[in-house]
Design a protein around this ligand. Structure first.
Ligand SMILES: *Cc1c(COP(=O)(O)O)cnc(C)c1O
Length: 242
C-alpha cells in the first residue's frame, strides 16, 4: 500500500493528540510545543503534502537534502503563487561540517546541531558577511554512551557562554538525541539531563531571553520529551507510517 495524503493527515492528527495528552499530563500548553517534520526518508511528494496540510517547520539532517528539498519545495510553492520564505522554515538537525556552513546559512532558519566552538565561529563569520543573525542550538550528548556527536554535559555551560558572545549568533536553546530504543522510557533520563542543564544555563543568563528552546523527542519518544519540557519535537517516521 502506498503512502497517501490522507494517511499523513491521520498521522499528523494522531501525533497532535498525543502531544496534547502529554501536555495535559505535564501541565503544559500545547502551543509551547512545535513539531518539526523530518523529511529525510521520503520522496518529494509527501513533503509537499505535509506543507499543504499545514506543517511548516521542516527538518533535514544532511546539507545536500536541505538544498534539493528546499529547491523542490520552492518550485512547488511558486507554482501556487506562495512565497516559500513566508511559508516554510527549514531546520538543520544533523551533523554539520564546517565546509558546508555557507550552504546551510543560505537555506535554514535554525541550526540545531552546533557541537564545537570552531563551528559556531564559522557560522558567525559567515552570518556577518550576510548581515544576518543566525539562531543556533548546542547539541548535547546526554546519553552517557559514545555518541559520535554532541558536547559533553560538563562542557556545555562554558561553550554556551562563549557562543552567546558571538555577535551574529543567537543562542536559542539545547538539542539532544536520546539513545534509540523501542522503550520510550529509556529516553527519559537523557531528556531530564538536558532540561536540568538548560535550567542551569538560564539561571546563569546564558543567551538571555533568546535562550528558550529544548529540541528533543523523536518518533519513538516524543511524548516523554513533551513531559520533560521539549519545545521542539523532531519527528520523521511517525508522520509517514502506513
Ligand atoms: C532522523 C532524525 C530525526 C527523526 O527521527 P524519527 O525517528 O524518524 O522520528 C530526529 N532528529 C534527528 C537529528 C534525525 O536525524
Amino acid at each position: 500500500m502506498a503512502l497517501t495524503k490522507a494517511k499523513i493527515e491521520r498521522n499528523i492528527r494522531r501525533i497532535e493528540e498525543n502531544v496534547q495528552t502529554a501536555c495535559a499530563k505535564a501541565n503544559r500548553r500545547p502551543e509551547e510545543v512545535s513539531i518539526i517534520a523530518v523529511t529525510k526518508t521520503v520522496e518529494f511528494e509527501p513533503v509537499s503534502w505535509l506543507v499543504d496540510l499545514g506543517m511548516t517547520e521542516l527538518g533535514e539532517s544532511r546539507v545536500q537534502h536541505l538544498i534539493t528539498r528546499g529547491q523542490e519545495l520552492a518550485e512547488h510553492l511558486r507554482r501556487r503563487r506562495q512565497q516559500p520564505a513566508r511559508v516554510v522554515r527549514w531546520h538543520m538537525i544533523g551533523h554539520l561540517q564546517r565546509n558546508k556552513v555557507k550552504a546551510v546559512l543560505d537555506r535554514s532558519e535554525i541550526i540545531h546541531s552546533v557541537d564545537s566552538l570552531r563551528l559556531a565561529e564559522d557560522i558567525n563569520a559567515r552570518a556577518e558577511k550576510l548581515s544576518r543573525r543566525i539562531s543556533v542550538m548546542l547539541q548535547i550528548n546526554c546519553s552517557r554512551e559514545d555518541r559520535k556527536f554532541g558536547i559533553a554535559v560538563g562542557a556545555a555551560t562554558h561553550l554556551g557562554e562563549l557562543v552567546s558572545t558571538l555577535a551574529n549568533i543567537r543562542l536559542v536553546g539545547l538539542m539532544t538525541m536520546a539513545r534509540l530504543s523501542d522503550d520510550a522510557e529509556a529516553a527519559r533520563p537523557a531528556f531530564i539531563r538536558l532540561r536540568e542543564l538548560y535550567e542551569e544555563m538560564r539561571g546563569d543568563k546564558i543567551g538571555g531571553d533568546d535562550f528558550r528552546h529544548l529540541s528533543m523527542g523523536m518518533s519513538q519518544d516524543y511524548q516523554v520529551a513533551v513531559e520533560e519540557g521539549a519545545t521542539m519535537l523532531r519527528i520523521g517516521s511517525a508522520l509517514f507510517e502506513e
